[in-house]
Design a protein around this ligand. Structure first.
Ligand code: ADP
Ligand code: MG
Length: 369
């Protein structure tokens, strides 16, 4: 920590209690964080100065958050958020509390295996990021998860630290080579309950190769029907196209999970996706439903993001997950280390919001299906 921070640092609207809040049981209730009233951590008791020195117990996360706070204030002095966590430091403090308890909880298992396809034919909207982080979050909370990477780019395999060089047994061998999912699925080091079916560059030609095969749209569905291992969730990460690979995923799943990026062209192309879903539903898989919509890369400082969020909520109603994923640099750094953001930086806003989103998904599934 640099020396200049040895002196008191003025922070407008920062909570008085970041260090206290970082303790496992800030309210002294003897309860885990979920039972601790969030009010304890709100920035309602505002102070204008937070003394910071090398002697305090502020950790790297909080230090980083502090810097983020300062940058935040400098950039937008008159930004006022109505939310409880006015500044990054307030959020980080609360996240620190949550993170310590990440692995102590278990979430309810669904009554039957849930097969969820993460689809949106637009590229770069957060499909892969959502697929791997939701999968990791579920697996760290006692649920058995199989993640199927169905994109030739193999980004989900990368993010889970799974080998996927050309020739590695992969989903290609399942769709076109007669192998079973059980034969190609590999364990993910960070989470004992998570397995990944990798995708390699071999998959790049699969759309064309599949075209001439019998039952070309049903191959993944059949492979999943033959996958006998106990699994609570199957999460399928689709490529950014509505070709035969995505079609296989839509035929195999009961649920579609659509990540929507909070930006201007977000809704463009959605109609096409929904038409495809209707077509699949009427011709190939009548149990298919759009069950979940997740708002990703949300920037609370832009009015546009709010407009997109409102529009999406208007259209999809309660299928939209309440937790919104913010744009967060830790999320984009994580794959570079072969990790999800949840393992790479569990205290980051990106990780915490993915944990919230996954928990909501798990709780809804347990209650309704
Ligand atoms: P898709 O699978 O839809 O193509 P990705 O999940 O690969 O999209 O995301 C596209 C890019 O945006 C990636 O580089 C990813 O790391 C980055 N990204 C995704 N979500 C976030 C986020 N919440 N904050 C910052 N960067 C993100
Ligand atoms: Mg992707």
């Amino acid at each position: 920590m640099p020396d200049e921070l040895d002196t008191a640092v003025p922070i407008v609207n920062a909570p008085a209690i970041p260090v206290v809040a970082a303790e496992a049981d800030p309210a002294g209730t003897g309860q885990p964080w979920s039972a601790v009233s969030y009010v304890n951590l709100r920035a309602e008791d505002k102070v204008r100065e937070v003394p910071v020195s090398r002697e305090t117990s502020i950790g790297a996360d909080l230090y980083e958050a502090l810097q983020e706070d300062l940058a935040y204030e400098a950039q937008s002095p008159d930004v006022s958020r109505e939310t409880s966590f006015d500044t990054p430091i307030a959020r980080e403090a609360m996240q620190a509390v949550k993170v310590r308890n990440v692995r102590q909880q278990t979430w309810p298992p669904p009554p039957q295996r849930r097969i969820i396809t993460v689809a949106n034919q637009k590229g770069g909207v957060g499909k892969t990021t959502s697929a791997v982080n939701v999968a990791m979050a579920l697996a760290l909370h006692g649920l058995r998860v199989l993640l199927i990477d169905l994109d030739p780019q193999g980004n989900a395999s990368t993010a889970l630290g799974v080998e996927h060089t050309a020739g590695t047994p992969s989903v290609y061998d399942v769709l076109l080579g007669g192998m079973t999912l059980a034969e190609v699925a590999v364990p993910v080091e960070a989470a004992p309950l998570l397995r990944c079916v990798p995708a390699t560059i071999d998959l790049a030609g699969a759309d064309i190769e599949l075209a001439s095969q019998v039952a070309r749209e049903h191959r993944l569905r059949r492979a999943l029907a033959a996958y006998a291992d106990r699994v609570d969730y199957v999460i399928i990460d689709c490529p950014p196209a509505l070709g035969l690979l995505t079609l296989n995923a839509l035929v195999a799943a009961r649920e579609i999970f659509i990540p929507i990026q909070c930006e201007y062209y977000a809704l463009e192309g959605l109609a096409q996706l929904l038409n495809t879903v209707d077509l699949v539903k009427s011709q190939l898989n009548e149990s298919l439903e759009v069950s979940t919509v997740l708002l990703t890369m949300y920037d609370s400082r832009t009015r546009l993001a709010d407009q997109v969020a409102d529009e999406v909520r208007e259209h999809f109603g309660d299928r939209v997950i309440k937790a919104v994923i913010p744009r967060n640099v830790r999320v984009s750094e994580a794959p570079g280390y072969g990790q999800t953001v949840i393992t790479y930086d569990p205290g980051s806003r990106g990780a915490v919001s993915y944990l919230d989103a996954a928990r909501e998904l798990a709780e809804r599934g347990a209650a309704t299906s």
